[in-house]
Design a protein around this ligand. Structure first.
Ligand code: AMP
Length: 433
C-alpha cells in the first residue's frame, strides 16, 4: 500500500477509538472526586430539603432561545442541534430552563411554595475547548421556584452554594454579588450603557461590537484588554437601580450579614444568560480566575418559557463539577473512594472455584465486602494480590476444605491461620472485623 494511503488509514483507525473533540471519559481513577461532589451535593440537598429532579438531555431549541435569550453566546453559537425527525431539538446547554419547564409542565407548584429542586447532569456547549472549558460538562444546580420574591431566598441560595463548596473542603472561597435590576430600571440603564460604549465603538473587540446591540450588559463582562480599560468609566447598574430593586438587594445583603457570610460587591458582574434579574452571584476560589459557578434571581423566566403572563419568582445557582474538581485537586483535596474490602477469598482447585461464588454471596448477605481473583489458580499469586489490596484477612478455600466443609482464616498481618467450619465462617468474620 502506498505510504500516504497507509498513513491516512492508520489515522482513521486511531480516530475510531478517540472521543470527539472537547468531550472526555471520566475514568475510574477520576471517580473518587466525582463521587465526593455528587454525594456532598446530595447531602446538602437533603439537609436543605431540595427534591431531586432529572430532566431529559434533549429539549426543544425554543426553550433556550426564549429562556436563555437569542443574544447570548449559548444560543447564538453554542447549541448542539440534534438531527432526527422534524422537531428542532438540542442537547441542553444548561439546567435552569429545563427545570422550570418541568415545573410548569407538571404543575409542581402543588409541591409547596416555594418548591426546592436540585439536579446534577451533563450540559453541552459547542465552545472552543481549553482549560476548564469542555463541550460536555456537568453541573449541579439548586433552584427555588414559586412563593414570594423574598430576598431571604436569594440569601439562602447563595448560602447553600457556599456551604456546598465549603463542605467539599474548598478554601479561599469568594462570593461575588451584584444586582442587575428589573424591567423598570434596567432599560434606561442599558440605554446609558449603550450611549457610553457607542462613543468608543471603534476600540471595541469584535464580540463587543456585536454585544452592543445584542446584549449590552455583557460588554462589562469582556476580558479583552481594550474593553476592560473602557469599562472603568462605564455607568454601573448599582447607581441606577429603582427603589424596589435597591431595597431588595439591601435585603439580600442584610440576610447575608446576619449569617456572617462575606461577599464582594462586583458592579461588573452580569452573568451570561438573559433570564436573570436583580441578584446575580458567582462563586470563585481566590487564586483561580475562573468561576466555579453562579446564579441569581430569574423572576421572568417562567413568562419567557411559557409565553404567558406568569407570576413565578425564582432564584437558584449552578456549579460546574469539572471546575470544582480542578479546584479540589489544586488544593490537594481528595475524593471519596469506594469502601475498601477487608477480606480476600483465595480458592484453590476446581471444586473450590465452583463453590466460590456462593460463598461470596453468604458474605454479601451479611454486608461483608469480599474481594477475590477468581481467574487465578495458584495460592502464591492470590496471596500476592491479597497483600497488595491491603486486606486484614484472607480465606483459604481449597480441595481439602471443600471436602471437609471448612475454611481457613489467615491473618494477613501475622500470618497465623485457623480452620473454621463453613457454616460458622460468616459469624466468625463478623466477630473478627
Ligand atoms: P453558566 O450556566 O454559564 O453560568 O455556567 C455555570 C458553571 O458551569 C460555570 O461557572 C462553570 O463552572 C461551568 N461551565 C460552564 N460552561 C462550561 C464549560 N464549557 N466547561 C466546563 N465548565 C463549564
Amino acid at each position: 500500500m502506498p505510504r500516504k494511503k497507509k498513513d491516512s488509514k492508520e489515522k482513521k483507525e486511531s480516530q475510531l477509538i478517540q472521543s470527539a473533540k472537547g468531550v472526555r471519559d471520566l475514568l475510574p481513577e477520576e471517580q473518587p472526586w466525582w463521587r465526593r461532589v455528587r454525594e456532598v451535593s446530595e447531602e446538602i440537598a437533603d439537609f436543605y430539603n431540595f427534591h431531586r429532579i432529572d430532566t431529559p438531555i434533549l429539549e426543544r431549541a425554543e426553550l433556550f432561545e426564549r429562556g436563555v435569550g437569542a443574544g447570548t453566546d449559548i444560543v447564538e453559537k453554542e447549541m448542539y442541534f440534534v438531527k432526527a425527525g422534524k422537531d428542532r431539538l438540542v442537547l441542553r446547554p444548561e439546567g435552569t430552563a429545563p427545570t422550570l419547564r418541568a415545573y410548569l409542565e407538571h404543575g409542581l407548584s402543588s409541591m409547596g411554595q416555594p418548591v426546592k429542586l436540585y439536579y446534577t447532569g451533563s450540559m453541552f456547549r459547542h465552545e472552543q475547548p481549553q482549560a476548564g472549558r469542555y463541550r460536555e460538562h456537568h453541573q449541579v444546580g439548586f433552584e427555588i421556584l414559586g412563593g414570594e420574591p423574598d430576598p431571604l431566598y436569594d440569601a439562602q441560595a447563595i448560602l447553600i452554594g457556599l456551604r456546598l463548596l465549603e463542605s467539599l473542603r474548598l478554601k479561599k472561597l469568594v462570593v461575588r454579588l451584584n444586582s442587575i435590576g428589573c424591567r423598570t430600571c434596567r432599560p434606561p440603564y442599558r440605554k446609558k450603557l449603550v450611549d457610553y460604549y457607542r462613543r468608543f465603538e471603534g476600540k471595541l473587540c469584535k464580540d463587543c461590537k456585536r454585544r452592543i446591540n445584542a446584549n449590552p450588559l455583557r460588554l462589562l463582562d469582556c476580558k479583552n484588554e481594550d474593553c476592560v480599560a473602557l469599562k472603568a468609566r462605564a455607568p454601573i447598574m448599582m447607581d441606577h437601580l429603582c427603589s424596589s430593586c435597591r431595597n431588595h438587594f439591601k435585603g439580600v445583603l442584610e440576610y447575608l450579614d446576619e449569617v456572617t457570610l462575606s461577599y464582594t460587591l462586583d458592579p461588573y458582574l452580569v452573568r451570561g444568560l438573559d433570564y436573570y434579574n436583580r441578584t446575580v452571584v458567582e462563586f470563585y476560589v481566590e487564586d483561580l480566575n475562573i468561576a466555579l459557578g453562579g446564579g441569581g434571581r430569574y423572576d421572568y423566566l417562567g413568562e419567557l418559557v411559557s409565553g404567558r403572563r406568569t407570576d413565578l419568582p425564582a432564584v437558584g445557582f449552578s456549579l460546574g463539577m469539572e471546575r470544582i474538581i480542578e479546584a479540589m485537586k489544586g488544593q490537594a483535596v481528595g475524593g471519596r473512594g469506594r469502601s475498601k474490602p477487608r477480606v480476600f477469598l483465595i480458592q484453590i482447585g476446581a471444586e473450590a472455584k465452583r463453590k466460590a461464588l456462593s460463598l461470596i454471596e453468604k458474605f454479601r448477605e451479611a454486608n461483608i465486602k469480599v474481594i477475590e481473583s477468581l481467574g487465578r489458580g495458584s495460592l502464591k499469586a492470590q496471596l500476592r494480590i491479597a497483600d497488595r489490596e491491603g486486606v486484614d484477612l484472607a480465606l483459604l478455600f481449597g480441595q481439602r476444605e471443600v471436602f471437609e466443609g471448612t475454611v481457613i482464616i489467615r491473618d494477613m498481618k501475622n500470618g497465623s491461620q485457623e480452620t473454621v467450619p463453613l457454616e460458622k465462617i460468616v459469624d466468625e468474620m463478623k466477630r473478627r472485623l
